[in-house]
Design a protein around this ligand. Structure first.
Ligand code: NAP
Ligand code: MG
Length: 504
């Protein structure tokens, strides 16, 4: 295991990034870049060093109120809702162009703020973000109702109108800050909603840089997009409770998702929720191990395993279990762990000290309950950053906490199975309160398709893991959430349906 520290491969920050950090990032409210009215501030740290890299404003209730009222005016009175779909689509497309034009800056900010390897930010976070805007821009002109034939006596002309739901409050987590902002903003804007987006306290930088570029390089009417950052318990809670907000779209933990369900009850806000997961990864005896070993390793440790769809529960047939785990152990041992802003780094630090403590607590609980630490399990003593090595636990069983609970870090548990009767195996895979994702590894197409039908999750990958694309609906069964992001399904989150019936 290689701890990589700044060297010839360290990435120097682009001048535009340094200027942005030094200049004091601002909120976007009502078309202007502003500080916090309430005067709060949040220090932003680089998780690789624990050093403060910027200070951003902290929204309190009064700031949220200003942002929501701006979004309300923009929806009720502004030119936005009277624009043609083509004009709206062009503006959404422009957000994609802005991100693509400033791609390297966004990759650097994302890596600095979240800790993820810059190679990942360049290859995944940033392109997925701009492609999401490009994809959703095309939908603006394709939203349509239908004509209907009622059977009541008489002659009628009946049809549906699809209308934007109104002012949307959007709350995102720290694991894919720019990509989550894109998944939220793009469909809401394509449908004609107005938004207040709250970025996570740990990773506000890319959203606030986008806010700045929206003012400098896009022509949205004031109030259509408002971007703020602040703490969940204050700024987030104010947004969810605000009576002028029509809908809340949230990504984060199942625990906070449940709080949001209660808080949104005041004015019966519409809700979509993208919550936690504990993805099963099932490797059959005939799996192509040359594909499965690197594939499951990446599924486990991509983004430091801080992914709701990470391959955290590995079930492998006993005939290939040792070969798979030996291969993954070797691959995990070769992963270069280091600061995100080193271009040789393959896995960065966890997001913050609390997360590191939480995840190492799970490793300890696995040990206490009799699991074997096959590889990893510790960090780099002496480093100020929040590092934990890629960790594989074996000798696991279904009653262990590490098998049942979401860990949200680079720690996976592996169990062997013998009998591969598909209903039994699916029942084991489904034995969780979550239902977000799964992967199945086999060369038998029929087995793969049968498992895809039996697994209760919003995403099933076959012979792959972590394939994301704007066309693929994404979301959870069971306690993994309500609704789907991406694809045409994402539009449903932001549309109302009106039935218009005329007697002829
Ligand atoms: P979290 O604590 O639920 O936070 C998510 C967001 O909600 C943050 O912006 C947070 O603000 C805010 N928040 C916290 N408490 C709130 C409240 N009472 N009212 C309104 N907003 C509130 O989750 P996290 O620890 O940041 O992220 C990890 C979790 O998110 C994991 O469980 C993971 O599975 C889940 N997740 C799910 C998906 C998905 O697509 N399904 C994607 C990523 C992550 P602050 O953090 O700024 O205080
Ligand atoms: Mg938090």
């Amino acid at each position: 295991m290689n701890m990589h520290f700044p060297s010839s491969t360290a990435v120097a920050l682009a001048p535009a990034v340094q200027t942005f950090l030094d200049g004091g990032p601002k909120f976007l409210i009502d078309g202007r870049l502003v500080g916090s009215e309430a005067g709060g501030a949040i220090d932003v740290r680089n998780p690789a060093t624990a050093q403060v890299v910027a200070t951003v404003p902290e929204a309190r209730e009064s700031d949220i109120d200003l942002a929501v009222k701006a979004a309300r005016r923009a929806f009720d009175d502004g030119p936005w809702t009277r624009m043609t779909p083509a004009e709206r689509g062009k503006l959404v497309y422009r957000l994609g162009e802005i991100i693509e034009r400033h791609a390297e800056e966004f990759a650097q900010l994302e890596s600095l703020d979240n800790g993820k390897p810059i190679s990942e930010a360049r290859a995944a976070d940033v392109p997925i973000a701009h492609n999401t805007f490009y994809y959703m821009a095309g939908w603006a002109t394709k939203i349509a109702g239908s004509t209907l034939s009622p059977s009541v006596p008489g002659e009628f002309h009946a049809y549906t109108l699809r209308e934007p739901v109104g002012v949307v409050g959007q709350i995102i987590p720290w694991n894919f800050p720019l990509m989550m902002a894109a998944w939220k903003l793009a469909p809401a804007l394509a449908t004609g909603c107005t938004v207040v987006l709250k970025a996570a306290e740990d990773t506000p930088l890319s959203a606030l840089r986008l806010a700045q570029l929206i003012v400098e390089e896009a022509d949205f009417p004031p109030g259509v997009i408002n971007i703020v950052t602040g703490y969940g318990e204050t700024a987030g809670a104010s947004l969810v409770a605000h009576p002028l907000v029509d809908k809340v779209a949230f990504t984060g933990s199942t625990e906070v998702g449940k709080l949001i369900v209660k808080a949104a009850a005041g004015n019966l806000k519409r809700l979509t929720l993208e919550l936690g997961g504990k993805a099963p990864t099932i490797v059959f005896p005939d799996a192509d191990l040359d594909l499965a070993i690197p594939g499951v390793t990446m599924g486990s440790f991509f983004a430091q395993g801080q992914v709701c769809v990470a391959a955290t529960r590995i079930y492998a047939h006993k005939s290939i279990f040792d070969r798979l785990i030996d291969g993954m152990t070797e691959a995990a041992g070769r992963i270069k762990v280091g600061p995100g802003l080193d271009s040789a780094t393959q896995m960065g630090p966890l997001i913050n000290a609390a997360q590191l403590e939480r995840v190492t607590g799970y490793v300890q609980s696995g040990r206490d309950e009799g699991a074997h630490v096959q590889v990893g399990g510790d960090g780099f003593p002496g480093s100020a950053g929040y590092f934990l090595k890629p960790t594989i636990l074996t000798d696991a069983n279904p009653t262990m906490k590490v098998v049942r609970e979401e860990i949200f870090g680079p720690v996976v548990v592996a169990q062997a199975f013998d009998d591969w009767e598909l209903d039994r195996l699916a029942a084991e895979a489904n034995n969780t309160e979550y239902g977000l994702a799964a992967s199945v590894w086999t060369q038998n197409a029929s087995v793969a398709q049968k498992m895809a039908r039996r697994i209760r999750a919003g995403t099933v990958w076959i012979n792959c893991h972590h394939v994301f694309d704007p066309v693929l609906p994404f979301g959870g069964y069971k306690q993994s959430g309500w609704g789907r992001e991406n694809g045409a399904s994402a539009l449903e989150n932001y549309l109302e349906t009106k039935a218009v019936t005329m007697r002829l």
